[in-house]
Design a protein around this ligand. Structure first.
Ligand SMILES: [Zn+2]
Length: 386
């Protein structure tokens, strides 16, 4: 039992995954109620939604064990920021890193309504305006806009996964992650000492053929555009990782945070090798509870060993209490066999198990690592020109 959960355990019958669905992750589709054929032997796989018969104890959770910094949120659709702060207070989220800052004038508006309206509670990151790709000196222009955005108060740079996967020049050339054109962008991050939160590639199953062996068939069936298996159109996952790693190596003076466990939560051995090799590389655990929680023993060992390199993140689009409960249950408790739908939609057709991390490790992952790595000297003042 986590020390914060001294209340009595509740005896609950686990609800089926389909009944416990909360707000979905980006692009996740709601699952239709199962339709049952007259002949049960003809039930379709897509309609099979079994209800676990386990009677299990569930730890009651009222808030996170440590006032947390959530380093991976998308707040572009939040209208009532004050209400958001009330919910953050209730669940013990001290600060949200808002990765949807955009650039230019829109960024300034986002900084005004989040960072400057609630000092210390939001750190808004800029994004690259990739419509510039292909224009004359486009890399220099991206870097110049980024410098302007940092001076306006952006606390870091978020790069979405479309770079490397789908972004192409007007002539049709894929922009590799280690393209020479992007060098001025990395140098600008170094010059302003701003971290890069970088989403590269996606889960392994999204690059594997969509066939009877694909372990995330359910999601890919609902959202076929998430599949990057077509080798004529997309690079391999390994190629994207190699390109990213060359940038990590070339820019040791830039702090890189790999979104979603660096997209390697299925292969923690590979991720450990990257962390060992690149001291400027860190990862956030956002949208990864489903992958990590089906291997709770390996994941726990990993989190303990790399307790200075993993940051708490969720990929949530608001201070969604039910979503944070999933993460608290996974990180803090030893609860068995629960779903992650309320946080990030259904990811894989399996349940997860809590890691019950030690209190000092929770303290680092929830808060201290982010405070150490991502905090500007004065987060609510615009960056001074170095
Ligand atoms: Zn995200």
């Amino acid at each position: 039992m986590s020390r914060s959960h001294i209340a009595a355990l509740l005896l609950v019958i686990l609800l089926p995954a389909a009944c416990a669905r909360g707000p979905a992750s980006p692009g996740a589709q709601p699952v239709a109620a199962p339709s049952q054929p007259a002949d049960i032997a003809a039930l379709r796989l897509a309609d099979w939604q079994p209800i676990p018969q386990l009677a299990l104890e569930r730890t009651p959770i009222t808030h996170l064990a440590v006032p947390a910094v959530d380093v991976h949120t998308h707040l572009r659709r939040v209208v009532d920021v004050a209400a958001e702060v009330v919910r953050m207070n209730a669940i013990h989220v001290e600060t949200m890193v808002n990765l949807d800052g955009f650039s230019g004038e829109r960024l300034v508006r986002e900084l005004d309504r989040f960072d400057r309206a609630y000092p210390g509670r939001f750190l808004t990151y800029a994004n690259l305006d990739l419509t510039l790709v292909g224009a004359p000196s486009w890399g220099e222009r991206l870097a110049a806009q980024l410098a302007t955005d940092f001076e306006a108060g952006a606390k870091g740079l978020k790069i979405f996964k479309d770079l490397g996967l789908t972004v192409r020049t007007p002539e049709g050339r894929r922009v590799a992650l280690d393209s020479p054109e992007l060098e001025p962008v990395w140098r600008t991050c170094a010059r302003y000492r701003r971290p890069v939160l970088w989403h590269v590639a996606d889960p392994a199953a999204f690059f594997a053929p969509l066939d009877a062996k694909n372990e995330r068939w359910h999601e890919l069936r609902e959202s076929p555009s998430w599949s990057f298996a077509d080798r004529a159109r997309f690079p391999t996952r390994a190629q994207l990782f190699e390109e990213r790693n060359r940038v990590l190596e070339r820019h040791p003076d830039v702090t890189f945070v790999g979104a979603h466990m660096g997209s390697s939560s299925e292969d923690l051995k590979q991720l450990a090798a990257w962390l060992d090799r690149f001291p400027n590389f860190y990862v956030d655990m956002s949208a990864s509870a489903s992958e990590l929680g089906r291997q709770p023993h390996a994941a726990r060992r990993f989190f303990v060993r790399y307790q200075d390199r993993v940051l708490f993140g969720t990929d949530l689009k608001s201070a969604n209490t039910a979503g944070y409960e999933v993460y608290a249950r996974f990180l803090e408790t030893e609860d068995d066999y629960f779903g992650t739908e309320a946080a990030n939609g259904r990811q894989g057709f399996w349940m997860i198990y809590g890691m019950q991390l030690p209190a000092p490790v929770l303290q680092k992952i929830y808060r201290d690592n982010a405070r150490r790595l991502l905090w500007p000297a004065d987060p609510d003042r615009p960056a001074a020109r170095p």
